[in-house]
Design a protein around this ligand. Structure first.
Ligand SMILES: Cc1cc2nc3c(=O)[nH]c(=O)nc-3n(C[C@H](O)[C@H](O)[C@H](O)COP(=O)(O)OP(=O)(O)OC[C@H]3O[C@@H](n4cnc5c(N)ncnc54)[C@H](O)[C@@H]3O)c2cc1C
Length: 495
């Protein structure tokens, strides 16, 4: 089939009924559910862009294996040009949601593409696994499916490993093997956008210890697989608030869900890794399934930071405060932060790395630096919006107020901006800013930037340890060499 349209994506959602729980009730028609309706439309637009002549050549290509047109996120890059074809897709998709939707379909397509093309890694443990992931890659590419993923365990007792939790099946684990497949039980989180996807893929961050074998798993199942429950967090918008009053929250909320597996059967041909702590711990570092999607996240994060910066600049200009030194200093800082991320992306792409198997990946150090910086830069951009918007952020009237003739003249007079900015323009801008910096929707976006791919503190520690292993700190040795002869009988230090 190749690329789907938005209508085909929506039709697929209508054709099944996964077990979705939202505020204590079962959702039976996900497409008509107000909370999900608009986000579904936003995802559908991405599918439609694949057919739009304005974008088609930039975000899709003809698959060499099938001759069908498929999304660029399924490209396995073996050259700079192929890597950049993916980068272009990431940017076009990110811009269409202002970087506010992190788990658009391209994200997990890249993960599966990475796993499937690193079959050599899985082959070492079980050749069936590499065949399974390769077939799965073909399946989602050729049907243009939308995946969610859950890679962390429920947050119960983080001081204990999976096998040390009070209930053996709190964390998702294998219960038994049957001729048809593996029976799994327990929970996994935090599956962003799960209710509006087609498939669920499970794998894990490293950190398994001996005794955790049953939890060392990777597999994929359809979202409506019997026994799989999706328990949504509290929605941050009810789907009924107007786009005038909440121009971002009404469109781009990504629902997050806990996935509960109640003795779910995973067919053997959907098992990619099982019962092997070493393989589960090495999957991330050895296959680039972190590095390739970090490219998508870096591009998306750049767009999101640039968007928040634009909002801050326009806000300041609209009320005539951007002539003040303190405001210029804050805005200048944000613009420089955007430039830092843009430069790091360019370094990541120009100084790409080629693996032993010929896969081209953006430079890891530059991508990890983006990962380390954005959790500080994005919250800072939000803080600057709050500082500049000040009390005005809380004071916006609603669209209905503009439509009430009895108060319209007062609204127009007292919500006026600087010369040339009328009340409507000013209020619309302040509402956009409030969605980003005040609403629960905006707070989730901050939390997303901190945690979307793991704990930034531990990630930076891993980065430093990796750096230290490679670095020789030779400049210090050279600087110290002039002192070598000064003290006689220097003790020989162990290296
Ligand atoms: C908005 C949002 C969307 C997300 N989307 C997805 C998704 O689509 N799919 C998915 O799988 N995941 C998703 N995540 C989850 C993300 O992977 C986790 O939030 C992240 O890995 C951190 O895990 P945690 O939230 O359980 O925090 P924890 O690991 O419980 O950490 C809590 C605190 O304790 C500290 N801590 C915990 N353990 C240690 C330790 N061993 N050493 C030192 N400090 C420790 C941490 O530094 C942190 O401050 C999302 C998260 C957010 C916020």
């Amino acid at each position: 089939m190749g690329i789907r349209t938005g209508a085909q994506y929506i039709q697929a959602l209508k054709s099944r009924s996964p077990e979705i729980w939202l505020e204590g009730r079962r959702v039976t028609d996900v497409v008509s559910e107000p909370v999900f309706n608009q986000p579904i439309q936003e995802i559908a637009k991405l599918y439609d862009m694949q057919h739009d002549p304005q974008y088609q050549d930039s975000i899709t290509h003809i698959c060499k294996e099938t001759g069908e047109r498929v999304n660029n996120s399924f490209l396995h890059p073996t050259s700079y040009e192929e890597m950049m074809a993916r980068s272009q897709l990431f940017e076009i998709y990110a811009k269409s949601t202002f970087g506010l939707m992190g788990r658009t379909p391209d994200f997990l397509n890249v993960v599966v593409t990475g796993m499937a093309h690193n079959g050599w890694f899985l082959d070492q443990y079980n050749p069936d696994w590499s065949v399974n992931i390769r077939n799965y890659y073909n399946f989602i590419r050729d049907n243009d499916l939308f995946l969610t993923h859950a890679i962390i365990n429920p947050q119960n007792d983080r001081s204990k490993n999976s096998h040390g939790q009070k209930d053996m099946f709190t964390h998702l684990g294998a219960v038994e093997e049957t001729p048809e497949g593996l029976i799994v039980r327990g929970a996994k989180m935090l599956a962003t956008l799960a209710p509006i996807t087609d498939e669920v893929i499970i794998y894990s961050f490293p950190g398994f210890a001996p005794g955790d074998e049953r939890y060392a798993l990777a597999f994929a199942v359809p979202v409506d697989t019997p026994g799989l429950k999706l328990i949504c967090r509290e929605p941050m918008q009810d789907g009924k608030r107007s786009q005038f009053d909440h121009p971002l929250a009404s469109r781009f909320e990504e629902m997050d869900a806990l996935l509960v597996f109640n003795d779910v059967l995973v067919p053997w041909d959907r098992v990619f890794l099982y019962n092997n702590v070493e393989a589960a711990n090495l999957l991330y570092p050895k296959t680039g399934i972190a590095q390739q999607p970090a490219h998508q996240s870096g591009v998306r994060g750049y767009v999101k930071l640039a968007f928040a910066t634009e909002v801050a600049c326009k806000l300041a200009d609209s009320i005539g405060v951007d002539g003040y030194l303190n405001v210029q200093n804050d805005l200048g800082e944000l613009v420089q932060n955007v430039e830092v991320i843009r430069s790091l992306l360019r370094v990541a792409e120009y100084e790409y790395e080629t693996t032993a198997s010929g896969e081209v990946m953006p430079n890891a150090a530059a991508l990890e630096t983006i990962r380390g910086m954005l959790p500080k830069m994005y919250p800072r951009a939000i803080e600057v919006i709050q500082i500049i918007g000040a009390g005005g952020l809380l004071m916006s009237p609603t669209g209905n107020d503009f439509n009430a003739p009895e108060i319209r003249s007062e609204i127009d007079k007292y919500y006026l901006g600087r010369d040339g900015v009328d009340s409507l323009e000013r209020v619309k801008l302040f509402k956009l800013a409030w969605d980003l910096c005040g609403e629960a929707f905006g707070q989730r976006l901050v939390q997303y930037e901190r945690y979307y791919t793991g704990d930034p503190i531990r990630k930076r520690a891993i980065f430093y340890n990796g750096y230290k292993r490679k670095a020789k700190f030779l400049m210090v040795d050279e600087a110290l060499s002039v002192t070598n002869e000064f003290v006689k009988d220097q003790p020989k230090l162990a290296k």
